[in-house]
Design a protein around this ligand. Structure first.
Ligand code: B12
Ligand code: SF4
Length: 463
């Protein structure tokens, strides 16, 4: 039996929306852990739930009862991972949870089926935890840094935090061979014409946007050596033949020096693979940064734009100016890079005038694609603390998520649906104004209607 079975609770085929999107990515955290522990001599198996169904996972748990199962948790998979824990216990497994979500709710997860919650990076903690579990069981884990557990009296014990891995170049690359990577690449290729593989070139983000979760990497920022990253991409291309990659970093262009060195290294190797990634507008103000991105193969850059109102951006501690977003988008387009924008409605203090500023901002920036969300307070973030007195908690924690937390007094979901329609139509009208005035007028009318409907339900608030 393996020393550790790694899994997660994301079942692609259960999620109607994700089935439409069909852009699955491998669970990198688990693959990093697998590679690290294998190198340290552990026998590790990964059961990737992405393309699997629940019966198959139960079958795997039933096949070798009594082992240790490590489960990745994130904000969307709460109910699923609690179910995994329940199934694992049926067959005598010890359950270890890790990832951002259980780090935010260790007590609830321990009550809900975890034997141990790992807070922070999993590699070194599991290396210490697995022998401790074998020798001492799940209730005498004092001294193992980076975990929360219950002692024999049932008292919650928070061990000291574990230091972050100082040199992330010392880590082996993610153990992609542990899962069916070809299936990921094929799924992408079938649905989008291009196979895609994810990788990261850094860990953590030092910025303080106050709705963003820093549960795993804190405010650290550690970059990998550019040569090692190029080696990994070369290996990915040779082994999996994707048509593109996705750099899943928090802020890809955070270090300009690194970007230049990496671009040069890739150029030297004749390796130009299309990619998309996310960054901050303030780290894309220089023309040469966009030029490098284009040279490297960037075909779409995602910008967390959030709001067109500087007042709201400042309240979010975003550290970015509205004009910087517009400038970054302009530069990106100059270099033939598509612009994707993320926007957020309903942040604390947002007024109609702020929403109007957002609509104008999107018109002005004219991104190729944009998505909106209604802001949601992730536990342990500044935003969560700010609205905590007005949070309406679900009575069924196990079947809800932080995304569904409601803030008393805030406009209804319906209000923001109309806001979306207002924004989409207004932007469409703006785009069509020179080429198709009749259609532009129709879109304008639809925008006005959506705005009016939105205002008509302004008094309906979350209770
Ligand atoms: C890429 C990414 C995505 C991708 C896809 C995920 C994928 N398969 O790659 C997409 C775009 C789809 C996505 C979507 C969402 N994401 Co996202 N995403 C990320 C991002 C930027 C990188 C993930 C990554 O590869 N990390 C690198 C690996 C190495 O880190 P890791 O996974 O955390 O793993 C380490 C530890 O957590 C731990 N660990 C992990 N698993 C386990 C298991 C065990 C047993 C143990 C002991 C330890 C352990 O050890 C690992 C190695 O040290 C992270 C932020 C981040 N920097 O991590 C956000 C992040 C995970 N996402 C987040 C959110 C909120 C979302 C969305 C809800 C956003 C939305 N509004 O829709 C959706 C949910 C999607 C879903 N259905 O689950 C939040 C999660 C917050 C939370 N508390 O759970 C994060 C942390 C961003 C943030 N800072 O707020 N995301
Ligand atoms: S939103 Fe982006 S830039 Fe801001 S703290 Fe989070 S990862 Fe960093």
């Amino acid at each position: 039996m393996a020393d550790l079975l790694l899994t997660h609770g994301y079942f692609l085929f259960e999620d109607e929306k994700e089935r439409e999107i069909m852009k699955p990515y491998a669970p990198l955290g688990l693959l990093y852990i697998s590679a690290y522990l294998k190198r340290a001599g552990f026998d590790v198996e990964t059961f990737d739930t992405t393309f699997a169904d629940r019966d198959a996972l139960v079958g795997r748990l039933a096949a070798t009862p009594g082992g240790v199962v490590g489960v990745y948790t994130n904000l969307m998979t709460r109910a699923n991972v609690l179910w995994v824990a329940e199934q694992a216990h049926r067959f005598g497994w010890t359950v270890v949870f890790g990832g951002p979500e259980s780090a935010n709710y260790p007590e609830d997860y321990l009550a809900g089926g975890a034997d141990v919650v790992v807070v922070g990076e999993g590699e070194a903690t599991l290396e210490a935890l697995l022998p401790a579990l074998r020798d001492r069981g799940p209730h005498r884990l004092h001294g193992v840094a980076g975990i929360v557990f219950r002692d024999e009296a049932g008292v919650l014990v928070y061990n000291e935090a574990r230091d972050k891995i100082a040199d992330i170049d010392s880590l082996p690359w993610p153990d992609r061979e542990a899962i069916d990577m070809d299936r990921y690449v094929d799924t992408w290729r079938t649905h989008h014409g291009m196979g895609s593989v994810n990788l990261i070139t850094a860990r953590g983000c030092p910025y303080k946007c106050n709705w963003c979760s820093h549960a795993v990497f804190g405010y650290s920022h550690r970059r990998r050596d550019h040569v090692d990253c190029a080696d990994e991409v070369e290996q990915i291309v040779e082994r999996y033949r994707p048509e593109q990659v996705w750099y899943a970093d928090d802020v890809f262009t955070i270090s300009h020096k690194w970007l230049f060195e990496y671009t040069q290294e890739m150029k030297r190797r004749g390796l130009r693979i299309p990619f998309e990634t996310i960054s901050r507008a303030d780290r894309m103000q220089k023309e040469e940064v966009l030029a490098q991105l284009a040279e490297l193969g960037c075909y779409r850059i995602w910008i967390g734009s959030e709001s067109g109102s500087q007042r709201i951006l400042d309240a979010m501690q975003r550290g970015v100016k509205v004009e910087q977003v517009q400038h970054a988008a302009k530069l990106a387009k100059r270099y033939g890079i598509e612009v994707g924008m993320f926007l957020m409605w309903g942040y604390e203090g947002e007024e109609l005038s702020d929403m109007e500023a957002t609509v104008e901002h999107v018109k002005e920036t004219n991104p190729d694609i944009f998505f909106t969300t209604v802001s949601y307070p992730i536990k342990n973030t500044g935003y969560y603390e700010k609205v905590k007195p007005r949070l309406i908690f679900s009575s069924d924690w196990a079947n809800s998520s932080d995304r569904e937390l409601r803030v008393a007094g805030r406009h209804s979901r319906q209000y923001y649906k109309h806001a979306d329609s207002w924004l989409i139509n207004e932007v469409a009208a703006h785009r069509l104004r020179d080429t198709d005035p009749a259609e532009a007028a129709a879109k304008s009318a639809a925008a006005a209607q959506a705005r009016a409907t939105m205002l008509a339900c302004a008094d309906e608030v979350e209770l």
